[in-house]
Design a protein around this ligand. Sequence first.
Ligand code: ZN
Length: 119
Amino acid sequence: MAMDGRSHIRPGAELCDVCGQVITDGSQVYALVPDSSAVHETASRFDGSRLLTGCDNAHLASLVREYEQRPYVAAELWAGQITRALQAASPASLTVAQLSAVTGLSATQIEAAVAWNNT
Ligand SMILES: [Zn+2]
């Protein structure tokens, strides 16, 4: 979600995730936090962590604290990975075996993700 709506910003500019300030002088600070709701559009190596941008250390630190309060639920991450696989599939239906092959998740993990999704 943090990457949404940034296409209007010129290259090299960043938005503070806290106050929305546009930063064009390169003074922004970044942090990577664990986030089980973060599933990258295409690259699975970015799954489970979110890149945060702050206009200064104080704003970044407040955001990092917020994410530290949020529970990291593995099944939530798996559900996101399954959703991504289904969105890429055509037709958008896969068996558990096919899902497992595409996502690298085990059948047990897929079951847990479906259960998490249904709660
Ligand atoms: Zn800010």
